[in-house]
Design a protein around this ligand. Sequence first.
Ligand SMILES: [Zn+2]
Length: 339
Amino acid sequence: MWQVVGQSRAVTLFQRNLERGSIAHAYLLVGPPHVGKMTLALDLARALNCEAVEPPCGLCDACQKIASGKHADVQIIGLNSSGNSTDAKPRTEISIDQVREMQHSSSLPPFEGRYKVFIIDGAELMSNEAANCLLKTLEEPAGGVIFILLTTNDAILPATVVSRCQRLELRPLATSQVEAVLNERRGVEPQKAELLARLCHGCLGWALSAAVDDSLLQRRAERIDRLLDITNGDYEERFDYVSQLAAQFSQSRGLVQEVLDLWLDWWRDLLLVKLGCNDTITNIDQEAMLVDMGRGYNLAQIKSFINSIQAAGEQLGQNANPRLVLEVLMLSIPGRSGV
Ligand SMILES: [Zn+2]
């Protein structure tokens, strides 16, 4: 059974490829964080190596080994994979050494399965040298070796790499679909399931993690507190916050984008409660706070600041100076108009 939820288009394509024996040498799975890219990649790895009549069965030795990360022919390469690196510092890119090691391994025959599967998690984080090195392998595909590249943004991957892969886009699930999985399959209580389903914006992986790891909701609560402090704070507090975020950005772009996403959700919710659409807000557990805060701003102010948050996110994605972008954002926080 395929473990990924939704994504029927991609699953159908893989099933057809498997039935016809027309597996591509490289796939590129594109989609937002936590949407199910890794789950689908592991599903494909299991389907390729499964010993049952209807793969992936999930029960055979191969399926179980892959699920527990112990299959010798299925390897994951990413910022967190071990490799030969002796560098104690956390990685910020996938290095050429990691790709070379993978190339070497791909030149050897499968150890215990039918296919060697290499999953590159966060392919957009490959250094230029690493991407060029991978390209050479993709240009001369070997039989029985499949590469699956996972990325949140294929626009920043070299076009030469993208063109060598079969590209599949994974879309966020409907809120109701996430809620049903949390509630019916994982036994999450209805109120919490609804909140997590809204907060994850269709990216089930985040909701599943948050259902069992309270620190994710705790971090959200801290970020909301910070948002409220900064919105009511003076310029000195706002610029201090910019310094912290800019320092974080150099370590992890994703963390800063998460903060901007939370700000965007919050100000969109303010707009929705001003318009009386309280049923559609994301932060359903904060409705009273949103209604109260909404009284301090008029619609034009809220819309304009939403545009500023979106613009900041786009500029950060285009490698603009993070400090400058965030300072401009902090300067555009509207003052309370009392309208
Ligand atoms: Zn199996």
